[in-house]
Write a protein that binds this ligand. Structure first.
Ligand code: UTP
Length: 239
């Protein structure tokens, strides 16, 4: 099982320490049932560094590297709170993460190299480790046809096929450092190719996150799962 936790979920400015505490307990509990790999995003902090770096004329690669450092800071914080069996120093490459994941039931890491986000790190690890599914814990409870923060008429997709989702991702991302979309392009491509299902769920709803990790009927958007090609089941009203 691979879980990608967005930085915007880890740090909202409200109840963050309590959230880390509860998330660590959930992951610890879940790791007794499933071997778990968890990636942590950089969120607003990464974007602030990237915006300042961009004003200073840094290259996209340098901006990505700033973002990676922030994601690793978040991984270190969560891993330290979890404690054993999670290694306290998160691995910094896919190869090291794959190697560690073969020996540990729980592993937390941030970014690896420039050119993608921690979503792709989660996806590539899922492919290498032959994970049953990836759960993307994000700030919205699924993928919407419009931004639910700005448009009250936005509707959530309950299920999407991989071609449908990849088309949405392609329209919504351009690959620049610090982009803000629910999942990144390389990650979606890797999971689609391997046929590994992806759940998009609200990261702050830990009960529901636990259901998604355990393979139950979670609230959110399921991509590439059972009945994913049934377009009639496509959308639901706002929660
Ligand atoms: P995130 O994984 O946080 O991306 O990486 P995000 O989509 O902004 O996710 P949230 O907001 O945390 O949910 C932040 C930035 O760090 C760089 C990219 O520039 C990315 O946008 N990064 C991260 C990399 O270049 N490589 C990585 O492996 C990870």
């Amino acid at each position: 099982m691979v879980v990608s936790v967005g930085g915007s979920v880890l740090f909202t400015g409200s109840g963050d320490a309590e959230y880390h505490h509860a998330l660590a307990s959930l992951l610890h509990r879940m790791a007794r049932r499933f071997a778990l790999v968890v990636t942590t995003g950089g969120g607003r902090t990464a974007r602030e560094y990237i915006a300042t770096g961009r004003s200073l004329g840094l290259t996209e690669v340098e901006l990505d590297e700033l973002g990676i450092d922030v994601t690793r800071l978040h991984a270190r914080l969560l891993a330290a709170r979890i404690g054993p069996p999670a290694p306290p120093v998160p691995p910094t490459s896919l190869a090291a993460a794959v190697d560690l994941a073969h020996h540990r039931r729980l592993l937390v890491l941030g970014g690896t190299e420039p050119g993608h986000t921690t979503d792709a790190v989660a996806a590539l690890l899922a492919v290498r480790l032959r994970a049953a599914r990836v759960v993307n814990a994000t700030r919205v409870p699924g993928l919407y046809d419009r931004d639910p923060r700005h448009d009250p008429a936005a509707r959530r997709f309950d299920r999407l096929s991989w071609p449908e989702f990849r088309e949405i991702v392609r329209r919504s991302t351009d690959g620049r450092a610090g982009q803000e979309f629910v999942f990144d392009r390389p990650g979606a491509d890797a999971l689609a190719r391997a046929g590994i299902p992806l759940w998009i769920v609200a990261g702050r709803d830990l009960t529901n996150l636990g259901v998604a990790i355990a393979g139950g009927r979670a609230v959110g958007t399921l991509i590439g799962g059972a009945r994913a090609t049934d377009k009639s089941s496509g959308r639901s009203a706002r929660p």
